[in-house]
Design a protein around this ligand. Sequence first.
Ligand code: ATP
Ligand code: MG
Length: 629
Amino acid sequence: MEQLTYLNDLDEEQKRAVLESTGRSIVIAGPGSGKTKVITYKLLHLLKTGVKPSQILLVTFTRAAANEMIERARMLTGTDLDEITAGTFHHVCNLLLRKYAPKVGLLPNFTILDEEDSASLIKHVRTNVLERHGLKKSFPTHNVLQKIFSYSANTMTSLKEAILKIEPKFAQHESIIEEIYREYSLEKRSQNCVDYDDLLTFAVQLLESDHNVLMKEASKYVWVLVDEFQDTNILQLKLIEMLSSVHGNVMVVADDAQSIYSFRGARFENVSDFMKVKGTKLFKIQTNYRSSESIVKFINVMIPGKAVPKVLKSVKPNGVKPKLVYVSDPQQEAVFVTREVLKLIEFGFEPSQIAVLYRSHSHSLDLQIELAKHRIDFRILSGLKFTETAHVKDVLAFLRILQNPKEKISWIRIAKLFPGIGTKTASKLADFAAVCPETDPVKILEKLGEGKEAIWQMKELFELMQRQSRIDAMISVLNERFYSDYLLNNYPDHFERQQDINRLMEIASRYSSLERFLTDLTVSSDVNDETKPKNVLTLTTVHQAKGLEWDVVFVLSVNPGDFPSYYAIVDNNIDEEERIFYVAITRAKQHLYIIKHGVNRYSSIYWLRSVDFAQRIPKKLVEEIYFEG
Ligand code: ATP
Ligand code: MG
């Protein structure tokens, strides 16, 4: 089969999966065994054998991952692949909803609330409802409410069940919580906006309720490919099944041992449910191509308790044993990692090939300080994203209002930037805009007819922005006429913030559609990634490290309470923590450091040995190091 030489860098097991010509298949395999590679080559193979780009749906954990796969395939096929529908579930749902917005009661120019905006809308609704009922204390905060709503949406369970799962002590408030939920939903409708969970929920509702739409969309996709299938929730499973229902060609890849998003409703039962459907073919790959032999040996014994047992073979040389490092406290942990990083870089490792992983973002604070002291640059995959910072959100709020002048959150955000406008006036303005029949912010402000200088100034800004045809030019006039002065007067670090605004303009200059620009900034992380420096050390939570690999990996604070997390221990949810730990250690190619410090941040609790991951590690598989600073 000479014409298939492009499959030569696959092994026999991988090749079999790629060559499976039609129908449903699932590849189940351990970390680093080439699952993502199989999906990439499947894509390539489909294109080489005549499937058109527009007939393929490719779903990945991040937009960046999809782009990488497509870029590989583009290089190898030499064809333009813009017509592939590719990205995260949120992205795919957004495309669907833009197309059929009125069918789910939205206008096509709807805007998407990020988590912070959704939380502030819930907060606003919560205050109103509580006031109405004369309630104040011992009630879930807006953040808890957000968790409850989100859990209910992503698991398709009732609010009641979600409350019992998230905060059982609030079960007595069920009816009030329901009222807040109803009002929150109504608010979003009247403001023509959706939150992240709505993207999935509405897309499923659309396809389930309208057979014509389902037929039209599912007919388009001759092939559906899904990476990281073990972390899909019930809505996502439904989407995959529905969108592949006409042609029946779907390939998913999964590792049940790496299912780590149950808090977002991911159910690894999706794997067995998917397999149960008649005719589904199962493929296994048993070789790990990522890690050195001594790391693979270690991985094999640390396989999570409840996972399907897997023994991976390694093909790489033995290498050095993973290191289990004991330090006295978090500061010493930071000192150790920094010294080691400096040594590794001196030894020739690229900073971009080194990563520090942790269970929770706060565990990296000492390290961030220590790295800064030594002038070691780093990027943080998790933590506050570029688009979540206040100044970037301010600028985006103006653009969001130009896109959808009903969105109250953005009106309030904008209004409060102007002197003389407080929360009350801002809310009044937002309420007015949401019900005003005008669809142009300038006209809305005119109708409002307030004599306030600030309102007049706002109106003028919108007029100037509207006159621009390019998005970067809109930001530029906003900046020159108003926002750069605002930064100067309000932030001591205005210089850095101004740089971010400049970067935002740069990104905007590549877009011609305001809708696309705003959506990309809200639902996909690669725009955020672009704003980070390249060849530098990576700091990230394990959750964000999914699917990625580095030559050198440090795992911080493997202490009961930190990793496994305190809440997991209290809730007796150690299974998931075992999987998270497994994801962490399987990212390393050559060097793996597991660090344990001597401080119990939760001293009031007596720890069982069984939740101490460091104690579980068979000592003959690691080199133990006692670091004295
Ligand atoms: P994870 O479970 O972490 O997502 P994965 O199963 O998706 O891992 P990949 O990321 O596809 O694994 O592959 C891991 C590494 O092994 C990559 O660097 C990839 O290029 C390499 N690799 C995969 N298959 C082969 C092969 N047949 N020959 C050589 N290298 C391979
Ligand atoms: Mg992968």
